[in-house]
Design a protein around this ligand. Structure first.
Ligand code: SAM
Length: 235
């Protein structure tokens, strides 16, 4: 899968994609991430990408012309396996089902807003969707783009090892609405806090039962909203 990220801060992405799973996926040729400097699609001496909002108000907006030109030259042909997403605090909330949906694409282009935001015609006529990574306002779309790339990359075939990919992670389809179970590693006794005996005993049926109950308890404690949503869907 190929990601394109359109940004006024290309150097922002110097580090986030050079570690762990995402770096491995790129080295293995399963993931390609292309960072595009929006200022390459400007033609004035100052390489201007922003302007004041009509009607007055604080701050500046990203202008439509460089963004339309950038996207149209990076992805000249639209297909249903190529998607254009505008990172936006006002967008649909990014979640695991959306990550799964994106992982089936050939190419995903992420537009990073900055300043007070982006001329609305980009959302209306250029992007296929506006996507938010949470109900808070960031200074730019770059962190959101990095979040999306990371969450999607680990879903691509062959990116995680067998051991990791077979896990029932939180929010995965197989998790049945439950968070992942608590996990422990050595030492079995750390400062008097002991790992549960059942996990050390080697009885796999018991371990499975314990993990299921522990997932349920942790979900009830930390994310009761997930259980509520699950119940409503089943009713
Ligand atoms: N004026 C906008 C509003 O109130 O909705 C906020 C603009 S924000 C300061 C600048 C840019 O950061 C946005 O255009 C968007 O690309 C990005 N951004 C901010 N919060 C975000 C979020 N929660 N998810 C994704 N992108 C976000």
């Amino acid at each position: 899968m190929r990601f394109h990220i359109v940004t006024i801060f290309p150097e922002f992405f110097g580090s986030p994609f050079q570690h762990g799973v995402v770096a491995r996926a790129q080295r293995a040729g399963r993931l390609d991430i292309q960072i595009h400097d929006l200022r390459n699609w400007t033609y004035d001496r100052h390489r201007t990408v922003d302007d004041r909002p009509f009607g007055g108000g604080e701050g500046m907006l990203l202008k439509p012309e460089p963004l339309f030109e950038a996207v149209e030259s990076i992805l000249p042909e639209r297909t249903n396996r190529r998607r254009i997403v505008l990172l936006s605090a006002q967008g649909r909330l990014f979640d695991q089902p959306m990550a799964v949906e994106f992982s089936a694409l050939d190419e995903l282009l992420l537009i990073c807003g900055r300043y007070e935001g982006v001329d609305e015609r980009v959302a209306e006529h250029l992007a296929d969707a506006e996507v938010s990574i949470g109900d808070y306002v960031l200074s730019g779309g770059e962190l959101g783009a990095a979040v999306i790339v990371d969450a999607v990359a680990r879903l691509l075939p062959g990116v995680l090892g067998n051991e990791e990919s077979s896990r029932n992670e939180s929010f995965s389809e197989r998790s049945e609405g439950l968070l992942d179970c608590p996990q422990y590693t050595r030492p079995a006794d750390f400062r008097g806090w002991k790992a549960p005996d059942v996990l050390l005993g080697g009885n796999h049926a018991e371990i499975r039962r314990w993990r299921r109950a522990a997932s349920q308890a942790k979900t009830e404690r930390l994310r009761p909203d997930l259980l509520g949503a699950g119940r409503q869907e089943k009713d």
